[in-house]
Design a protein. Structure first.
Length: 121
């Protein structure tokens, strides 16, 4: 029979494992990509390449993986495509700032987007 102390210990262990995993993944992500904070200047829907494209004001290069290219690409194969594309549309329509993080890889010939965060500051 499982007692309360055992459940607490299991929760603590699970929390520790998840925390370590998050730290490892966030370090790997940050090491490979770029972070840009700002306003969207252009939003272009998917074409034959199956990506949502956007540019940001005052960003001349989205990621060094694609030299002198200011375009970001959110692949429709991204597990959170629906959520991230809705964030982008909301930010574009309300003129709110975002933080776009790239992977350090290419998607549809442009800098691949890993995540998009909405921010007010």
């Amino acid at each position: 029979m499982i007692q309360f102390g055992d459940v607490l210990t299991m929760r603590s262990k699970l929390l520790l494992v998840l925390s370590i995993s998050f730290l490892c993944l966030s370090t790997v992500t940050y090491a490979g990509g770029q972070n840009h904070k700002g306003y969207l200047s252009y939003l272009h829907g998917p074409d034959t390449r199956h990506c949502l494209f956007f540019t940001m004001k005052n960003v001349s290069q989205a990621d060094p993986v694609v030299k002198n290219n200011r375009w970001f690409a959110l692949s429709m194969r991204h597990f959170a495509y629906a959520t991230l594309s809705s964030f982008l549309l909301a930010a574009y329509l309300s003129n709110e700032q975002i933080i776009a993080t790239t992977t350090g890889k290419k998607a549809c010939g442009h800098a691949e987007v890993l995540r998009v965060d909405l921010t007010r500051d």
